[in-house]
Design a binder for this molecule. Structure first.
Ligand code: G3H
Ligand code: 13P
Ligand code: ZN
Ligand code: NA
Length: 308
């Protein structure tokens, strides 16, 4: 069935592991992820961004996720990633999502609280849980210095006030990660002291880590070996993610590593099989690459194997 993350987060917090939240955009991605979770007997969050809804159209993603649940029998959380308005959150809640993110992180503190509270009220009336964001996680396009970046990290006192005033179910925090394949110019750094300060103020409360891809060099190299051009890509070291998962981080968001695994495999397949033009061949290989990546994450990063 489709389930909320309430009980999953509680178990993850207590067990010192995290649940993977993987972005989905098409059938092969969904199948690769759920097959991995099934084999690992792992809890799972499938998340859909506004861009994914635009690309695949909402009804297709919803039906594909329903098909995955029916096919595998897995409990799956269907989550909206980075909802930026009440309207998109409402649309997903009305569509049967079990979890939504309202991302008011670009707004001033009070406006973020007001918007988040409005979504929480509607969601809770419908049995849906809500993730919010405080601090700026940022993306590839944010070309800012280290000092400027740290000014966007989550303030622990504000985190407590935000959670109390909104009644939100989980909170995405900014401690040094960013979206995409170019996360660090120098040495990777996450502010674990800040994470621990936030945990002290919110004991037992589930925290979320966005921008948590590792950007494994072998996948970047495979892309480049077969015609790609991806340079200076750097992600979060797995050791740091394991540490975050052992602490209050209960949800770890991964999209970029799936994109790299899929693209590396499609490039390799087409380069090695130049006369092949059946999409099922290279998309099938890509689906297998997604599955292997997700199994690797579940086993070696999240620690969520056999937690169902
Ligand atoms: O947070 C961003 C996720 O990687 C989804 O990306 O908005 O391009 O679908 P997207
Ligand atoms: P990555 O770009 O590091 O995979 O992060 C994905 C994410 O946070 C989606 O919300
Ligand atoms: Zn994100
Ligand atoms: Na954890």
């Amino acid at each position: 069935p489709l389930v909320t993350s309430k009980e999953l987060f509680k178990k993850a917090y207590e067990g010192g592991y995290a649940i993977g939240a993987f972005n989905v955009n098409n059938m092969e991605i969904i199948q690769g992820i759920v097959e991995a979770a099934k084999e690992e007997n792992s809890p799972l969050i499938l998340q859909v961004s506004a861009g994914a809804r635009k690309y695949a159209r909402p009804v297709y993603l919803k039906k594909l996720v329903e098909a995955a649940v029916e096919d595998t029998g897995l409990p799956v959380v269907l989550h909206l990633d980075h909802g930026e308005s009440f309207e998109i959150c409402k649309a997903c809640i009305d569509d049967g999502f079990t979890s939504v993110m309202i991302d008011g992180s670009k707004l001033p503190f009070e406006e973020n609280i007001t918007l988040t509270k409005k979504v929480v009220d509607y969601a809770h009336e419908h049995g849906v849980v809500v993730e919010a964001e405080l601090g700026r996680i940022g993306g590839v396009e944010d070309n800012i210095s280290v000092g400027e970046r740290e000014a966007t990290f989550t303030d622990p006192d504000q985190a407590l006030e935000f959670v109390e005033r909104t009644g939100v179910d989980s909170l995405a925090i900014a401690i040094g990660t960013s979206h995409g394949a170019y996360k660090f110019k120098g040495e990777p750094y996450l502010d674990f002291k800040r994470l621990e300060e936030i945990m002290k103020r919110l004991p037992g409360f589930p925290l979320v880590l966005h921008g948590a891809s590792t950007v494994l060099p072998e996948f970047v190299e495979a892309c480049n070996k077969y015609g790609g051009s991806i340079h200076s890509a750097k992600g979060v070291p797995e050791e740091m993610l394991r540490k975050a998962a052992s602490l209050g981080i209960c949800k770890i968001n991964i999209d970029t590593d799936l994109r790299l695994a899929m693209t590396a495999m499609i490039r390799k397949y087409l380069a090695e099989n130049p006369s092949e033009f059946d999409p099922r061949k290279y998309l099938g290989a890509a689906r297998e690459a997604i599955k292997e990546m997700v199994k690797h994450k579940i086993r070696n990063v999240l620690g969520s194997s056999n937690k169902l």
